[in-house]
Every structure is written in C-alpha cells, then in structure tokens.
Design a protein around this ligand. Structure first.
Ligand code: AMP
Length: 504
C-alpha cells in the first residue's frame, strides 16, 4: 500500500536528519519525530471519523504541530484545508459550508465563536491546537498508539484544497493532488540546488502555498533543516542568517531588511540563496540588496492553483523584474486573451501554464474550472505578461487590473516600472478608476522615499518623456504606504475603492 505524497516526501529510511525547529520556544522535531508524531495525529483524526477524501479544515497559528497536522491529514487519506488566521468566524463559515470538512481544528482562543459556526454548517467535530502545540487534538494524539499505517492514495487523489484569496467574487477552493505537490517539490529541489546540508529560514505563514508547500515540502524532501519563526521580524531574520543557508520570502521581507543597518555582507556571508515570490520584487530592491549583501535575489512565480511555474536560474542571470524561466516540467505560453491564440515574440498577453504542477480544478465549481482551462490542458492564469527573446517571463499585472482607458489597453506594470525608477519614488501602484469620458482613467498611487517631497508636475514631466499620452496618469495620489495582504500583495481593489470617486 502506498500513499503517493507521503512515500515521496518521507521515504522509508526515516533516519534522515530533517529538523523543524520553532525558534521562539526552542521546540525541535527531528525527522524521526516528525514521522512518529504525525502518525499519532493521523490516528487522532481517524478516531474522529476522518477517512479517504474527507476534508480537515485548519485555522491555527504557526507551529511545528501545524506541519504535523498537514502530514497527518494526508497520511489519514484526507484533504488538508488550511485557512488564513485572519479570517473572521463569518468568513470561516463560508469555507466550512462550501467544503464540508469532517473536522475543524482551530486556535483555542477562537473555539467559542467557531462552535456556533460549526453547528450552523453541520460540522460535527471542532478540535483545538495552539501555537505551543497544545490543545484537544494533541491530547487525542497523545492517547493514540505508535502503530499508524498510512492510507493508500494515488497520484491523482486530492491532498489539499487551498482557497484563493478571492479579491473579486467568491473565494475558490483550488484542489491539489498528491502528484501536483510532489512533482513541484521535486522540481524545486533540483532547480534551487537544495540538499541535506541546507538550513531554511521559514518566516512565512503556513496557510498559503508559499510557506506551506514550497517551503516545507522542499525541505522535507531533501532532509534540510527548517528554522521556524512565528512571524517576520527583520532583525531576528538577519541574526538567523548566521546559522542558515536559504531564505524564502515575499518582497516586503527584503525591503524591511534593507531598512536595517545590521544587513551587511558579513551578516549574509553563510547564506547561499535568497528567494522571493508571491508578489513583484522591485528592481531597486534587487539592486540594493545585491549592493548591501553581495547576493542577487532569485525571483520566482507561482500561484495557489499551480504551485511554482517559473524561476530565475540558480546558475545564470537572475534578471531583476523578470520571474525567470519556465521550470523543467512546466510549459508556459502567452496567448491572446480574447481568443486564446498563441502569441509570439515579445507580445503581451495571457500567461497560460501546463504541467504536473497544475491543479485538478476548483472545488464545487465545474463550470468555473472548465472556463479556466483550454481544451489542450493549459490553465489560464489570469496574469498578463510576455516572454522575452531569452525565454524569461515577465508579469505585467493581473487581467482584472488591466486598465482600458478611452479604448486603449494600459498595463499597470509598464507605468509602475517607469514611476519606480524616478528619483524620490519608493514604489507605486497604478489602477483604473471610473471616468466619465474615458470609461476608466489611469491613476497612480505613489509612495515617496522617506523624507522626500515630490510634486505631481515633476513626475508628470518625467513620465511624458517615456510614455504614450494615453498611458499617462490622469491623477497622482501620494500615499505613505500601499495596502497589502499577508503575502505582501498590493490590494489594488482597496486602492480602487478608496479612489473610485476621483472623477465624479
Ligand atoms: P496566490 O495564489 O495567492 O499565490 O497568488 C498568485 C498570484 O500572485 C499570481 O497569479 C501573480 O499574480 C502573483 N505573483 C506570484 N509571484 C509573483 C512574482 N514573483 N511577481 C509578480 N507577481 C507574482
């Protein structure tokens, strides 16, 4: 009997030294302990009636036990369904109603409020797990024996459902199979040269694909160690670099570290790789980080539905602003968003991907799933971009962020790149807002460098030299910072909302 993902991730010789260590309170799990303890959690889930194909919803703080729970769920033949810790009970209610899990595991502080939600959505079991690994589920696991046998699962069986952040419309549950997760982890281990000797600084949340699958699957697969930080703290991360080799982060990790004088060539001397993804990394950040540490950040591109698709190379040019080359087993093409016809050369269009990493569809949404796949199996990512003559992929924004002003397509990224390169501009976000004449008007939200004042006229004069007139912002609004979610993504919806009446 084989459990495809578990047998691949945690191979039979279980004496390999993968350690997962929570730095805040020094809790440490060796690979053998990870296997034994996740078996006990699997037995605990099974005692609650969790079986093949059942969903286990989890809204818990980051801890090694959260990782054990992911493994335990898969070992019990079930489907792991992590939820953002920021979701309110009302939001959790939607996910429970949609996914109908057998169990919800929650932080004890939320249990009272979630009891009613479970009752109203028909969820029979509510268990608890806190950031120190204690709770009713751990007590159940402690009573379980050490003789757990994994349920057999095939490559095509579901291992997880991850709900997308859903900034427009209903959040969608992306169904990920055993084969999706294992193939991507294997590809990334090779692409990024991971080995047993690596020590990964893990400061990402564990409810999102980046911290959950990219980081932990890669580390477990090759027996690398993980240093868990409950949250990102620039100084603590810089201090941890003395004992680590790799950091996986979102762009804000890098901008925040750059604000610390502690970030030096010496501080980063033991590190071999800095990886960034989940949101665009500014070319300036890339350059500044290189200047300060001697390391070129490796930027990659992925999404909940597909795990990782492209990456800048480990050996070779890491091109600032580009998300790199398609991964070994992933095909990437650019198509005309209107009719799906492949585009060539440097043309901008829809990014589509195909490969063993691409998900099995959206939970309970067969129509939506059909609409987002081409008949030849390519998934329509919703990201607009291009592939340059060297094969590097460039993302120019989400399709829903495309601005159509006076009938012309305006790609926000093109304007953001010009703005970001201007002196005194720290970063920017370009959006479309309703306009009586143009349908939509281009508006730029600009964050000036700290302590700098720039005026609209100076920026406009600089933009006029570089951009066609229909792309020029009709208005520039200066802001102290851009609204971002937990994965550092700029929330353009929030910006559109707060500026929607600019041209009334
Ligand atoms: P999520 O499903 O939350 O991981 O979001 C996926 C989306 O994040 C992608 O479709 C892209 O729009 C964006 N994204 C991920 N990585 C990058 C990157 N390196 N540069 C720009 N956008 C990115």
């Amino acid at each position: 009997m084989t459990n495809y993902l578990i047998d691949g991730l945690l191979p039979a010789s279980r004496d390999r030294l993968c350690t997962c260590m929570m730095l805040e309170n020094g809790r440490k799990f060796s690979f053998g302990e990870i296997v034994a303890a996740s078996g006990r959690y699997a037995a605990a889930l099974s005692s609650l009636g969790v079986g093949a194909g059942d969903r286990v919803a989890v809204q818990v703080e980051k801890s090694p036990e959260a990782l054990l729970l992911y493994l335990a769920t898969v070992r019990a033949g079930a489907v792991f369904l992590p939820l953002n810790t920021a979701y309110t009970s009302a939001e959790v209610s939607y996910f429970l109603g949609d996914a109908q899990p057998t169990v919800l595991v929650a932080d004890p502080s939320k249990a009272e409020a979630l009891k009613a939600v479970c009752a109203s959505t028909g969820i029979l079991h509510l268990e608890t797990l806190d950031a120190s690994g204690n709770g009713s589920l751990t007590r159940l696991a402690a009573d379980a024996g050490d003789d757990w046998i994994d349920l057999a699962r095939d490559p095509e069986d579901l291992a997880a459902i991850l709900y997308t952040s859903g900034t427009t419309g209903r959040s969608k549950g992306a169904m990920l199979t055993h084969a999706n997760l294992l193939s991507n982890a294997r590809t990334l281990v090779k692409a990024w040269g991971f080995s047993e000797g690596d020590v990964l600084i893990h400061a990402l949340p564990m409810f999102h694909t980046h911290g959950l699958f990219v980081a932990t699957n890669v580390a477990m697969l090759c027996g690398a160690r993980m240093l868990f930080h409950s949250k990102f703290d620039a100084r603590r991360i810089i201090a941890a670099m003395g004992e680590a080799t790799v950091l996986m982060g979102v762009p804000t990790f890098y901008t925040r570290m750059l604000a610390e004088p502690l970030l030096t060539v010496e501080a980063a001397a033991k590190m071999r790789l800095f990886i960034s993804g989940s949101a665009p990394l500014l070319a300036d950040t890339h350059a500044e980080f290189r200047r300060r540490t001697g390391h070129a950040i490796l930027e990659r591109y992925g999404m909940t539905e597909t795990s990782m698709n492209t990456s800048n190379p480990l050996h070779g040019d890491r091109v600032p602003g580009s998300v790199g080359l398609p991964l070994a087993d992933v095909e990437v093409r650019i198509t005309n968003p209107e009719n799906g016809k492949p585009l060539g050369g440097d043309e901008i269009g829809m990014i589509e991907v195909r490969g063993p990493n691409v998900f099995a569809g959206y939970w309970n949404m067969p129509d939506k799933t059909r609409r987002e796949f081409r008949s030849d199996g390519f998934f329509i990512t919703g990201d607009l971009g291009k592939i340059d003559p060297n094969g590097y992929v460039w993302i120019l924004g989400r399709e829903k962020d495309l601005i159509i002003s006076g009938g012309f397509n305006v790609y926000p990224k093109e304007i953001e790149l010009v703005l970001d390169a201007l002196p005194g501009v720290f970063e920017s976000a370009v959006i479309g807002v309703p306009h009586p004449d143009f349908g939509e008007a281009v508006v730029a939200a600009v964050v000036p460098d700290k302590g700098t004042k720039i005026d609209q006229a100076v920026i406009m004069a600089a933009l006029r030299d570089q951009l066609a007139s229909y792309k020029l912002p009709k208005r520039i609004v200066f802001v102290e910072e851009l609204p971002r979610n937990a994965m550092a993504k700029v929330q353009k919806n929030a910006l559109r909302q707060s500026n929607k009446n600019l041209f009334d």
